[in-house]
Write a protein that binds this ligand. Structure first.
Ligand SMILES: [Ca+2]
Ligand SMILES: [Ca+2]
Length: 230
């Protein structure tokens, strides 16, 4: 009996000396896990948040560039609540508004993404895969005034009963009308539909510098009558 007891004690001692008990091991694992829980997010979170900040800044740059791009092309992208425009990033790059490569979430989206633009009193922008951005242009007729009334215009159709070139509708076509038209072209003033009717001097349903040039030529008698379609 006595010998047996001693042997038992020895065995227990040996077990103790050989390493951790299961309970102790579990304790160590739990402590290590807790340490990981505390320290890993401390390291990962700043990396993640600084990456998010870079992505946010990139998006801001893209949206600003898109804003300038469409505002400089308001005749092509009129402010219309029914329209959705898709501006590929490569167009913004080609026009010099952005530089490649453009990365979001560590992915190069330069050739695959577009900015989806909608208008509801102000522009809304969203970066989308070009394939999933569907452009909708309800009124491709240069309705660029704020009232969202479509400018009903058919190319090469002449209106009756209006004085072409008479911007201010005083019945006379003179330099004042040219000045007003030039000012409207350069500052992208939003014109009333009736003014667009009178000032689309080449009947292409676009009010631009071509119309200014035609009016200027008319005022110095190079062109004899308005509208002028070449
Ligand atoms: Ca006039
Ligand atoms: Ca025109």
């Amino acid at each position: 009996m006595h010998v047996k007891n001693i042997k038992k004690e020895e065995i227990t001692m040996k077990n103790k000396a050989s390493g951790f008990t299961l309970i102790e091991l579990l304790g160590v694992i739990i402590i290590l896990s807790l340490l990981m829980l505390i320290t890993v997010p401390k390291i990962v979170n700043p990396i993640r948040s600084s990456k998010n900040k870079v992505d946010d800044l990139t998006k801001k740059l893209i949206y600003n560039a898109t804003d300038i791009y469409i505002n400089e092309r308001i005749m092509i992208y009129p402010k219309n609540t029914q329209n959705t425009y898709c501006i590929p990033l490569i167009n913004l790059i080609a026009s010099g508004y952005l530089k490649e490569p453009i990365n979001i979430d560590d992915v190069d989206i330069t050739n695959t993404a577009s900015v989806e633009v909608t208008y509801d009193g102000e522009y809304n922008f969203e970066i989308k895969n070009t394939n999933s951005c569907i452009q909708t242009i309800v009124n491709p007729d240069n309705d660029n005034d704020d009232d969202n009334d479509a400018w009903v215009c058919e190319p090469n159709i002449q209106h009756q009963g209006i004085v072409y070139g008479d911007f201010n509708d005083d019945g006379i076509v003179d330099n004042t009308d040219l000045v007003l038209l030039n000012r409207a072209n350069t500052s992208k003033n939003q014109l009333e539909n009736s003014i667009k009717d009178r000032m689309d001097l080449n009947l292409d349903c676009i009010i631009d510098s071509d119309d200014s040039n035609i009016l200027a030529a008319y005022l110095v008698n190079i062109i004899k009558r308005l509208p002028y379609t070449g």
